[in-house]
Design a protein around this ligand. Structure first.
Ligand SMILES: Cc1cc2nc3c(=O)[nH]c(=O)nc-3n(C[C@H](O)[C@H](O)[C@H](O)COP(=O)(O)OP(=O)(O)OC[C@H]3O[C@@H](n4cnc5c(N)ncnc54)[C@H](O)[C@@H]3O)c2cc1C
Length: 518
């Protein structure tokens, strides 16, 4: 929507201060961490280990956790498994991906510190009964490169307490065992700062019954991103508003409150706009490398790209509609490409498959059966019938499939240049079509910050005693979420959560987190 030059976004005018009469309690501590997500919980344990007394305040009734993948460079697991990666190349790719619109010092900070931070977390997870492996679903084809940097935490045979939920459960338990308080049902509504002085605390709670937290050493904002705030999406990345869906868990916790309370005391957002957004394909379609067609039944791209390119690319099609189409051999074709070592990729594969595990055809078939039952995938014995179920023009669709089969037969994609080994014909019934759904996971831009997680103002000066970690922080991603580094969203929560906790506690990061030689 067009905005006049005088238009003001709702958060641009700071709200009135909260009167003392509405504050019913005052608590003194060293550090207040806002948000019990991965970044906040890592920050709390790190600050405590560094000798401070932190308190976490969390607006929900429980901690937040989701997903599987956690990126780090050169962890002890990499060393144990003999996995060698050219990490300098990863950074170069990442910078190219962003066209240098990222703060490269933050990337190098991650590159050098993430290994030791992951080692610290592995120790905690293993002591809590979890195991750790490296994800094997990363894309191994030549067109864009993903790297084996992704750690998975799991309990064998117990998916319900595996992955990042299981990990966060252990972090919460450790936090409580250390005597660190987590105050649930405590939404932070204001930061306390006198003019240009340091941030001295937080006000949290609800009207009429607020608590004032005095934080001697600082406040760490770890409130997640703002993807559930449509106004902020419109301001910082309006393209994302075209996505089909948005998911988060717990749903709608990520509404940008941390960004706002920081801006009200002088914090600046990152300089680069629009912000990047994590928009993946909803897993149901299982798009793989198969033919994609739009609502007119026409092919429109080389399908051999990452999930983010697929979800964003399909939004450009009429009505934002696209399908992935394959035949009875489809999953066998995927199996072969995995076996050849040219397949994989985020959401092209089972998200939790570990190095050393076989790609599980039966599990994929079961998943497909589920998707057919839920209506995410349609299935038919003829292409005509399939086109009707997809509601695309039958003749155009059949002509597209015929052309695609011709390209497959000649092993040369003259139309979009896809690798010939991924041109698999669509000839054997039943035929399948999965609707591609672009789903926003997180908005990955945020507050301006430096390598010590200090929040910066418009002059790039640190605001004393105010820190940020996790997806509330900015400067790390641009243009698009770099799926070349699967799990980097969680990866930065771990590394910068740890740095924020240690710095806020007044300790030297280099003394506590040794740098890796990258
Ligand atoms: C379905 C899904 C799967 C994903 N899978 C992966 C994956 O496999 N790998 C990966 O790297 N990334 C993944 N991501 C992204 C990743 O989960 C996030 O980037 C990351 O977890 C953010 O962590 P965080 O600690 O910064 O924020 P959050 O986990 O969002 O935690 C922030 C916490 O702050 C609380 N909070 C917010 N405002 C306030 C307030 N005013 N006062 C008090 N508390 C407040 C929230 O309730 C929340 O508990 C996934 C995202 C989704 C949606």
């Amino acid at each position: 929507m067009y905005k006049t030059p005088n238009y003001r976004w709702s958060w641009e005018k700071p709200p009135l201060p909260i009167p003392d009469v509405e504050i019913i309690k005052t608590i003194h501590t060293d550090i207040v961490i806002i948000g019990a997500g991965l970044a906040g919980m890592v920050a709390a344990l790190s600050a405590w280990e560094a000798g401070a007394r932190p308190i976490i305040i969390e607006k929900n009734w429980t901690f937040s956790a989701r997903g599987f993948h956690n990126a780090a460079f050169d962890s002890k697991l990499h060393r144990k498994m003999g996995i060698e990666v050219d990490y300098r190349q990863v950074i170069r790719d990442w910078v190219r991906w962003s066209q240098s619109k990222v703060d490269e010092v933050l990337l190098w900070r991650f590159a050098k510190k993430s290994g030791a931070c992951m080692d610290w977390l592995i120790d905690i997870a293993e002591a809590g009964g979890m195991q750790v492996g490296i994800w094997d679903g990363y894309y191994k084809g030549p067109d864009y490169t993903e790297y084996p940097v992704t750690h998975l935490f799991y309990v064998p045979g117990q998916p319900e307490i595996s992955w990042n939920y299981g990990l966060s459960r252990i972090l919460e338990r450790n936090i409580k065992n250390c005597g660190i308080e987590i105050h649930y049902h405590s939404p932070a509504v204001r930061l306390l700062r006198e003019k240009q002085g340091p941030v001295t605390g937080v006000i949290a709670g609800r009207p009429g019954s607020y608590t004032r937290y005095h934080a001697e050493q600082g406040v760490i904002i770890a409130t997640g991103d703002y993807a559930s705030n449509m106004e902020m999406l419109e301001r910082y990345n309006s393209f994302a508003l075209q996505a089909d869906a948005q998911v988060y868990c717990p749903q709608e916790t990520n509404v940008g409150e941390g960004h706002k309370i920081a801006m009200w005391v002088g914090a600046a957002m990152q300089k680069v706009e629009p912000h990047s957004t994590v928009i993946h394909l909803e897993a149901g379609a299982m798009s793989y490398f198969f033919l994609h067609v739009n609502a007119r039944g026409q092919r429109f791209k080389n399908e051999d790209v990452n999930t983010q390119s697929k979800s964003c690319g399909k939004l450009l099609q009429p009505g934002g509609i696209a399908w992935t189409v394959y035949d009875a051999n489809g999953l066998y074709d995927v199996q072969q490409s995995i076996a050849r070592g040219t397949g994989g990729g985020l959401f092209w594969d089972q998200t939790e498959r570990l190095m050393g595990q076989e790609w599980d055809l039966e599990a994929e078939q079961a998943l497909l059966a589920n998707h057919i039952q839920s209506g995410k995938v349609v299935c038919a014995d003829t292409l005509e019938e399939l086109a009707k179920k997809m509601k695309v023009p039958v003749e155009d669709f059949i002509a597209t499939v015929k052309r695609y089969n011709q390209l497959a037969a000649q092993k040369d994609d003259e139309d979009f240049g896809k690798r010939s080994e991924l041109l698999t014909p669509i000839v054997k019934p039943p035929f399948y079509a999965g609707r591609l759904l672009a789903t926003i996971l997180t908005a990955s831009g945020g507050l301006r910050t430096n390598i010590n997680c200090q929040v910066l103002d418009e002059d790039d000066e640190p605001i004393p005693n105010l820190y940020v970690a996790g997806s509330t922080a900015g400067g790390f991603f641009a243009n698009d979420y770099p799926t070349i580094c699967p799990g980097i969203g969680h990866g930065r929560c771990i590394t910068f959560g740890r740095i924020a906790g240690i710095v806020a506690a007044g300790k030297d990061v280099d003394q506590v987190i040794p740098s890796r030689k990258i």
